[in-house]
Ligand binder design. Structure first.
Ligand SMILES: [Fe+2]
Length: 256
């Protein structure tokens, strides 16, 4: 069965993901063992630390695919980027230096700083969307500002963004608070799909199938299939829509 991972850091030596080819091969084997058949490889770019140009990512991805094929690892990879929101993004788009998740350039992974949603995000997202691009907000459940003000995400969805939650967040690898935040976003229909966001780091391993199994247990197999279908539709450039609701209020305990 097809399982598409739209976000991982398994290209070697270009960000905080895999450090060398050997590690990349190992991560690809882990991906296959986790049931993944197709992956968009998405090194960071424009995040102040890593700037990975489109052509370089394409070149590395082609090399890596050849290595995977030679090693008989059944994983098909596509070049992508995890794009940090930045004042330099319009220029990078103008210069055709941004990679998307689909060939037609509709879906783009968009990352915020881990502790903030910048004040200019709304305006920037508006201008990105005017170009016909649908931003996919990555792991909002791990953003400390959104954890404090989770309704921020609704505003971004109202603007037309999609949302990807990290599989490990939902299974609890980042702790209870992030696990619960993931569940609340999913319950409110505010998430389109999971992704591994795999790195060669502790707690950043493949837990995609476990997350889907948990999703099936908690929200039903139809929901789990929807997440699988959405990830595939994104890579195919097909339409994906969120049937979302405002977040439920957090349960309060009686005070004594
Ligand atoms: Fe990432």
């Amino acid at each position: 069965m097809t399982l598409v991972d739209i976000h991982c850091h398994i290209l070697p030596g270009i960000d905080d993901g895999s450090k060398d080819w050997q590690t990349s091969i190992k991560l690809a084997q882990d991906a296959v063992a986790d049931g993944i058949t197709h992956a968009v490889v998405t090194p960071h770019t424009l995040n102040g630390r890593y700037l990975n140009h489109k052509d370089d990512v394409i070149y590395l991805t082609e090399n890596f695919q050849e290595m995977l094929d030679d090693a008989n690892i059944p994983l098909t990879i596509f070049p992508g980027q995890e794009v940090r929101i930045s004042g330099d993004l319009p220029k990078a788009l103008d210069e055709d230096d941004i990679l998307f998740l689909d060939e037609d350039g509709q879906y783009m992974l968009l990352e915020f700083p881990s502790d903030d949603v910048p004040a200019y995000a709304k305006e920037m997202i508006f201008s990105i969307m005017r170009r016909g691009i649908t931003p996919i907000i990555v792991h909002p459940e791990r953003n400390s500002r959104i954890l404090k003000e989770p309704t921020i995400l609704q505003g971004l969805i109202e603007q037309g963004c999609l949302v990807q939650i990290t599989a490990s967040s939902y299974v609890g690898s980042f702790g209870k608070e992030i696990e619960e935040m993931s569940r609340r976003f999913i319950e409110a229909g505010q998430c389109a799909c999971f992704a591994s966001d795999a790195h060669d780091l502790p707690k950043r391993q493949y837990e995609y199938s476990e997350a889907l199994q948990k999703l099936s247990n908690e929200f039903g197999s139809v929901k789990a299939q929807e997440f699988r279908d959405n990830a595939q539709a994104i890579v195919n450039g097909d339409n994906v829509q969120l049937d979302w609701r405002p977040l439920k209020k957090k349960k309060k305990f009686w005070l004594f």
